[in-house]
Design a protein around this ligand. Sequence first.
Ligand code: CO8
Length: 261
Amino acid sequence: GAQYENIKVDVVGAKKNVGLISLNRPKALNALCKDLFVELGKAVKDFDADDKIATIIITGNEKAFAAGADIKEMQNNTYSSNVKAGFLQEWEDISNCGKPIIAAVNGFALGGGCELAMLCDIIYAGEKAKFGQPEINIGTIPGAGGTQRLPRYVGKSKAMEIVLSGNFVDAHEAEKMGLVSKVFPVEKLLEETIKLAERIGTHSPLVVKLAKQAVNQAYETTLKSGLLYEKSSFYGTFATEDRKEGMTAFVEKRAPNFKNN
Ligand code: CO8
């Protein structure tokens, strides 16, 4: 596989169909410098293109998922340098991924780290996780979706509180407000995340992709056009071999054998 400096990449799970990406800049609490993001984007793209991989996990370490954009690196950016370089454009590689991405968050998920977790499709957290958008403390505002995705997860009042105060929320609060789907003991988090990834991996990859696209419409369109999108995608599944196999297997009382077709 490719050699990376700021991340580690593994293939895990009993069927070796889960792509695991660990952010690996522990000395900087996994601050998301440009090189890290370029590597992360490449690793996600490669797993997305690999037919053997069903689900992708992004994790950090026990102290930090990621403590945000690299403040030291962007300290001397200017408005025009941001515009000219398209600062943060590497993030598109992650939002364009067709396969499900699960964030397994232990420790700090702050600023860009919280935004990265929210770019993923599901967030599982360890008990010691802390989420926040502390950009306001350093004189800026979230720049990778924090002001837009967070209100969609938790509503306006809580999102405003988090963005305007810069205060952190712990794992249990984050679960209660709907940011996180489940909380586990720190040492169980990765194992439980892999289990979920493997469960997703038992389904038709083709249909999983359609389901992910359809749920994302709920965040990106009006209810009316989202429902229309869902209906045509649902009808569309009837053109697939895997839909036929799934229903046939149910009727014949056996396990389906999906072919990604
Ligand atoms: N950038 C660069 N270095 C960092 C960052 C960061 N975001 N966070 C921590 N570090 C470094 C520290 O500078 C320190 O380095 P050194 O040992 O060389 O001094 C090392 O990591 C360890 O950190 P601390 O000593 O501060 O550890 P503590 O346990 O005392 O504190 C905290 C942990 C509370 C997480 C603290 O480090 C902190 O407040 N970090 C900054 C959090 C923050 O403000 N994040 C938001 C950044 S802005 C942002 O993300 C904008 C988003 C825009 C889009 C995303 C672009 C990728």
